[in-house]
Design a protein around this ligand. Structure first.
Ligand SMILES: Nc1ncnc2c1ncn2[C@@H]1O[C@H](COP(=O)(O)OP(=O)(O)OP(=O)(O)O)[C@@H](O)[C@H]1O
Length: 329
């Protein structure tokens, strides 16, 4: 974030309501700048800055111990940063008004074993100071697949069921920002798909989501932007298009000659392996490069047996960034 961005965020916070009234755009769901945290002699988080816009899903990725949970806890005011600033929904995270509008599923979750699932939700609605009708609370339990267990005590829940309840707790008070720290670590495959659908439905309603997950495929499917942390620092960040920008197309051709290869090189840098040709497309390709290329190759008398789009996966990009194999975008 530039200092100009920071100044804008601060301006909105101090001079205007956080909800964007008065013609100003709403402040970001999360704004943090220069976050730092040391535990003893170990630096857990070092100069981390990013924003999460309203309605945006941001994925926080990184290896074990990279500082993801520490960042989340500093954002939520659960851990005091040694340096840096945080604004949630345009307000300091210590402000009860911002806290009430944030739903949080912690990495290590434990709910009162003597309460029923419905009672746990009632308690959290009360703590948030929200007005949520009983029918809506039941719907929330149904959303996470616990409708049939609403009256059962949490002490008898499996780990996955407790995580589902944690998700309901994070969602029940109609938050504007939802922070999910490893939300699917205990879930079965169906539960993971459910969480993906829930995240997408939150996004469609303008709710911002900050998602920390080691399941990269999950992050790739639902996130608009990704921040990769490594040893406490931001190693890379950007939209998925920015991070995965380099796209390629693979073509299996027969009868290719020098003119055909020149035509492919005109589309992007080219590599050949037997009958297969790989052409790198530019990140601002508007979708006509490949059809035009195929049309021209056919006109040159080349037989086109296969055309396969290839895109680097988020996992490949993550590993490349963490292994310092390429410059971070
Ligand atoms: N309460 C604490 N006391 C001492 N060190 C801590 C504490 N909390 C975190 N750390 C250290 O800070 C670093 C970052 O930990 P953190 O839990 O934020 O990482 P993470 O990216 O969430 O890891 P994981 O993916 O394993 O959950 C680690 O080296 C960890 O040992």
């Amino acid at each position: 974030m530039t200092s100009a961005d920071a100044a804008t965020v601060r301006g909105v916070t101090s001079d205007a309501p956080a909800d964007g009234l008065g013609g100003l755009p709403p402040s970001p769901a999360v704004w943090c700048s220069g976050l730092r945290k040391r535990y003893g002699r170990r630096t857990a988080v070092d100069d981390v800055s990013f924003t999460v816009a309203r309605g945006e899903v941001l994925g926080l990725l990184g290896p074990n111990g990279a500082g993801k949970t520490s960042v989340i806890k500093m954002l939520l005011g659960l851990v005091r940063p040694d340096a840096g600033e945080v604004l949630l929904l345009g307000r300091r995270s210590s402000d009860p008004r911002s806290r009430a509008a944030v739903g949080y599923l912690p990495e290590l979750f434990r709910y009162q074993p003597w309460l029923t699932a419905a009672e746990v939700l009632d308690l959290h609605v009360k703590l948030a100071g929200a007005e949520v009708a009983p029918a809506e609370r039941r719907e929330c339990l149904a959303l996470v697949g616990l409708a049939a267990r609403a009256g059962d005590r949490v002490g008898g829940f499996s780990k996955g069921m407790q995580q589902r309840l944690g998700l309901a707790v994070a969602l029940v008070a109609r938050p504007e920002l939802v922070v999910l720290d490893e939300p699917t670590s205990a879930l079965d495959p169906i539960g993971r798909v459910d969480v993906r659908d829930i995240v997408l439905s939150l996004k469609s309603r303008g709710v911002a989501v900050l998602l920390n997950s080691h399941l990269i495929g999950e992050v790739e499917r639902v996130c608009d932007r990704v921040v990769i942390l490594d040893e406490g620092r931001v190693a890379a960040s950007g939209t998925l298009a920015e991070l995965l920008g380099q796209r390629e197309v693979r073509l299996r051709l027969a009868g290719s000659d020098a003119r055909a290869e020149d035509r492919m090189r005109a589309a992007g840098s080219m590599a050949r392996s037997g009958d297969w040709f790989t052409v790198q497309l530019s990140s601002d390709d508007d979708g006509v490069t490949v059809p035009d290329l195929v049309r021209d190759l056919v006109a040159l008398g080349v037989r086109v047996h296969a055309v396969e789009p290839v895109r680097i996966s988020l996992e490949e990009r993550l590993l490349a960034v963490l292994r310092h194999e390429e410059p971070a975008p």
